[in-house]
Design a protein around this ligand. Sequence first.
Ligand SMILES: Nc1ncnc2c1ncn2[C@@H]1O[C@H](COP(=O)(O)OP(=O)(O)OP(=O)(O)O)[C@@H](O)[C@H]1O
Ligand SMILES: [Mg+2]
Length: 229
Amino acid sequence: MSSPLIELKNIKKKYTTKAGDFPVLKGINLNIEEGEFISIMGKSGSGKTTLLNILGLLDKFNEGEYTFRGENISNFNENRKSEFRNKNMGFIFQQFHLIESLTVYQNIEMPLLYRSGETKEDRRKKIEERLEQVGLLEKRNNKPFELSGGQQQRIAIARALVTDPYLILADEPTGALDSETSDDIMELIKKLNDDGKTIIMVTHDKDLKRYTTRDVYLKDGEFSEEATI
Ligand SMILES: Nc1ncnc2c1ncn2[C@@H]1O[C@H](COP(=O)(O)OP(=O)(O)OP(=O)(O)O)[C@@H](O)[C@H]1O
Ligand SMILES: [Mg+2]
């Protein structure tokens, strides 16, 4: 039997502040299979972003083990983490996180510039393919501020996809959008999952359950039954 895409074993995380230690995750166990579209739900402050950042190797944890495709990645140094992230993961954020001084095209190009051995022409093909996929090829030379919120999120999705990652991590991807635009973006993300991408999405919006294949609920640093959050 093949191992899951992701295995988290007894992950514990505390923030150390001047006010003292603050435990956020108290022993998280989670297996994610390739092809799942999983949401992490829970109230504000329940640790959703912290968990997503750990899954995305953007934040450290204090105890436990993180295995990705059978490989223990818990002890990677920062360089290996960056390389691993760039190769395997794409990120989508609530506030899009596009670079305002760059064009749409250049924003999508960014993750490819960290890689060696790709020509400008290789990059152009990948970028245009993704621009087409999100339906915004004609905006390639615009700056982010010239786009609507929904269009900016589409560009952020194109940027997340340009490296063809195994895994998409999305933190409240519709949190800054009106409900109609949210539906469009969720349809686009759902389509990525239909095409085989594994997706982990953080949200506090229970309506988004209609798009996912599985939902987990965080409460007080542990997984909980839905009814109790
Ligand atoms: N860098 C930090 N230092 C100290 N405490 C932190 C830090 N980041 C988050 N926390 C605390 O950890 C807890 C979990 O935060 P987190 O951002 O993971 O919650 P969340 O579930 O994503 O909330 P929201 O729905 O509001 O985004 C919160 O109580 C928060 O105050
Ligand atoms: Mg959050």
